[in-house]
Ligand binder design. Structure first.
Ligand SMILES: O=C(O)C1=C[C@@H](OP(=O)(O)O)[C@@H](O)[C@H](O)C1
Ligand SMILES: C=C(OP(=O)(O)O)C(=O)O
Length: 495
């Protein structure tokens, strides 16, 4: 029996979760294998997408604002640093909770360029900040991680130019580029092809109240992916008194006007709930996430309808969403153009369904409509197919998705490609398949600064000394959150 080894976060870790200063490769992380059904409650830090949007809107607002329970992670820190570089006052206030401090934001008027912005690998920073920089005085130079230079930018840069911005990118249509801000932007009607990323549209809409004529965005290409994220953009604008509407299929308008300053709380990140809730299917048992909003624009809310496709039971009561499962996963056919952000986790579940168990044969799955995830932190379709095949799986790369055919998985190396969701998918598969090691678990710090410790606590294998508690403390009876744990693998598990 494999005893799970754990590298559950070290005090000397770079908070950004990157490799060591000397450039050495990070140590591989042995994914813990579940020894018994789970019985865990996992609290999650704030939504990356809501934190990023509210930081932008707070920086452009008509007065000082306050964000409670924002996400503190590599992506949100990059957003904070970018807005600070443009002159915004952003201050941590109050006692830092489990997931960090609240933020007070003092908008700058005017915003000043003559600075640089590091985007890391954050799509939200590289897409959402350039329109803000166009409203600043002076040039702002943007660059990011090596792979960030491969992520598509051209539609949003060309659209900004059509709206009056001066941007130098030497024809690359990608990072690095410089936005020569003049303190204002004309705005108006603009056509763009957002079939590679909804973030192109959200980028324009978010800053548009501050454009002289607002904006009218008309999408010209194939289907726009991740539409709930555009709905989220409209919703956060409306909540600040902005006239923001979807005016037709692939058309959105934002009227010029003030953005109200607000004090608000950021919802937990429901997309980051995915690997934890999915863990109940991988390991059996139950995992619950508290603080689930009653209504939300977060696409992670769809987990409640998607996880039953793999055989889970989902209950929601008083803000607690609980996923419960037995030892067997069912295969599923899912078409997910709106929910590409959830796809890596669901592909991980599909690989486990195809693996089956001692008692059940594997079942096939197909997940389609997710061609755009080739343009995320890595080509997620190619990465997932490679890594699943590396563990013995039979994954087939489709143009817009992945098919999984029944095949037994075995342990082995799982590469993360600096992609937080590929890393957590390796952890998920490792719950059931002994011997999976993830090459760079620290990359999860992009949106989850404490993932290894949260994962360990979900499994009941990290003691109270784990410091910043990421899931509820172990029960007083010392059961460490595992019910019915008798040691060894239960029938139907780990096979
Ligand atoms: O606007 C946002 O906050 C996001 C939009 C989506 O991007 P795509 O439209 O590129 O999928 C999503 O996948 C990403 O994680 C966050
Ligand atoms: C696609 C993602 O990130 P980004 O905001 O960098 O596009 C993601 O978090 O899944």
């Amino acid at each position: 029996m494999l005893i799970a080894k754990l590298n559950a976060g070290r005090d000397d870790e770079d908070p950004a979760g990157r490799s060591d200063d000397d450039g050495a490769a990070p140590e591989a992380w042995s994914a813990p294998t579940a020894q018994a059904p789970l019985d865990a409650t996992v609290r999650l830090p704030g939504s990356k997408s809501l934190t990023g949007r509210e930081l932008i809107l707070s920086a452009l607002a008509d007065g000082p604002g306050l964000l409670r329970a924002p996400l503190h992670s590599r992506d949100s820190q990059l957003m904070i640093d970018a807005l600070r570089a443009l002159g915004t006052g952003i201050e941590e206030i109050g006692e830092a909770g489990d997931f960090g401090a609240d933020l007070r934001i003092a908008p700058a008027d005017p915003l000043f360029g003559s600075t640089t912005v590091a985007c890391g690998l954050a799509g939200t920073v590289m897409r959402f900040v350039p329109p803000v920089a166009a409203l600043a005085l002076g040039p702002t130079a943007f660059d990011g991680d090596p792979y960030a230079r491969k992520r598509p930018m051209r539609p949003v840069l060309d659209a900004l130019r059509a709206l009056g911005a001066d941007i130098a990118d030497e024809g690359r249509g990608a990072l690095p580029f410089t936005v020569h801000g003049t303190g204002s932007l004309r705005g108006g009607r603009v056509e763009l092809d957002a079939s590679l990323s909804s973030q192109f549209v959200s980028a324009l809409l978010l800053s548009a109240p501050r454009f002289d004529e607002g904006v009218h965005v008309v999408h010209t290409g194939e289907r726009v992916p991740s539409l709930p994220h555009i709905e989220m953009t409209l919703e956060v604008l409306r909540a600040r008194g902005v006239d923001a509407t979807a005016t037709g299929d692939g058309e959105w308008r934002v009227a010029p006007g003030p953005i109200e300053a607000r004090e608000l709380a950021i919802e937990p990140d429901l997309s980051n709930a995915a690997p934890f809730l999915a863990a109940a299917l991988a390991a059996g048992g139950s995992v619950a996430v508290p603080g689930w909003p009653e209504t939300t624009t977060q696409v992670g809310d769809r987990l409640r309808e998607l996880l039953p496709a793999f055989g889970a039971a989902v209950s929601s009561q008083d803000g607690l969403v609980r996923v419960t499962a037995g030892g067997q996963l069912r295969g599923a056919r899912l078409h997910l153009p709106d929910a590409g952000e959830l796809a890596p986790t669901l592909v991980g579940l599909a690989a486990l369904a195809a693996h089956g168990s001692e008692d059940f044969p594997g079942e096939p799955s197909e997940i389609t409509g997710i061609g755009h995830i080739r343009h995320h932190e890595t080509d997620r379709i190619a990465a997932l197919v490679n890594e699943i095949r590396g563990l013995g799986g039979d994954a087939v790369e489709l143009e817009d998705g992945i098919a999984l055919r029944p095949a037994k998985l075995h342990g082995g190396a799982w590469r993360a490609y600096e992609d937080h969701r590929i890393a957590t998918t390796g952890a998920l598969i490792g719950l059931r398949v002994p011997g999976v090691s993830v090459d760079d678990i620290g990359t999860t710090a992009k949106t989850l600064p404490d993932f290894p410790r949260m994962w360990a606590r979900m499994l009941g294998i990290a003691g109270p000394s784990a410091g910043t508690a990421a899931s509820d403390p172990p029960p007083a009876n010392g059961a460490l959150g595992l019910s019915g744990f008798v040691g060894g693998l239960l029938p139907g598990f780990g096979g």
